[in-house]
Write a protein of this length. Structure first.
Length: 146
């Protein structure tokens, strides 16, 4: 019994640390034919805005983050300079942005073809590359030569 209580105490301390270290925040997401813009406003007086132009995206990957009691689905957009922009399913319009990816990144698979595979099984990262610019260009070359 003592061993079990120690585990629960560690889990509680880990959760409490996560809750206390993350400021309350809200997101605003907008996208159009040229770019994706995400603005973050925290309870502290700070605002952060990230902009990703569709033509500078070199890779899109998805994965789950284990938050101890729940999973959080994340999408990462990588740029040619190696920097990345990441947002999670907690952001407003998350599914709307993800569903629109094939429109802005030709060759990117539709939401319904991969989303459930990332969700299951629980508490596994289920990392996958959804879209890679080099693969998309190479695929286009193969189709054009066929």
């Amino acid at each position: 019994m003592k061993h079990t209580l120690g585990w629960w105490k560690r889990q509680w301390l880990k959760l409490r640390e996560q809750w206390s270290s993350k400021p309350q925040e809200s997101w605003n997401v907008a996208f159009d034919d040229c770019e994706l813009i995400a603005s973050r406003l925290t309870m502290r007086p700070e605002v952060g805005t990230s902009t990703v132009r569709w033509d500078e995206v070199t890779q899109v990957s998805v994965f789950k983050r284990d938050l101890t009691t729940i999973d959080q689905i994340c999408v990462r957009f990588r740029r040619a300079d190696g920097s990345a922009f990441e947002f999670t399913e907690d952001v407003p319009r998350f599914l709307e942005v993800i569903a629109a990816l094939p429109q802005y990144l030709p060759g990117c698979p539709a939401l319904g073809t991969w989303y459930l595979d990332v969700m299951q099984p629980p508490f596994e990262a289920n990392y996958r590359v959804l879209w890679d610019r080099e693969d998309a260009i190479e695929g286009h070359r193969v189709e054009a030569s066929a």
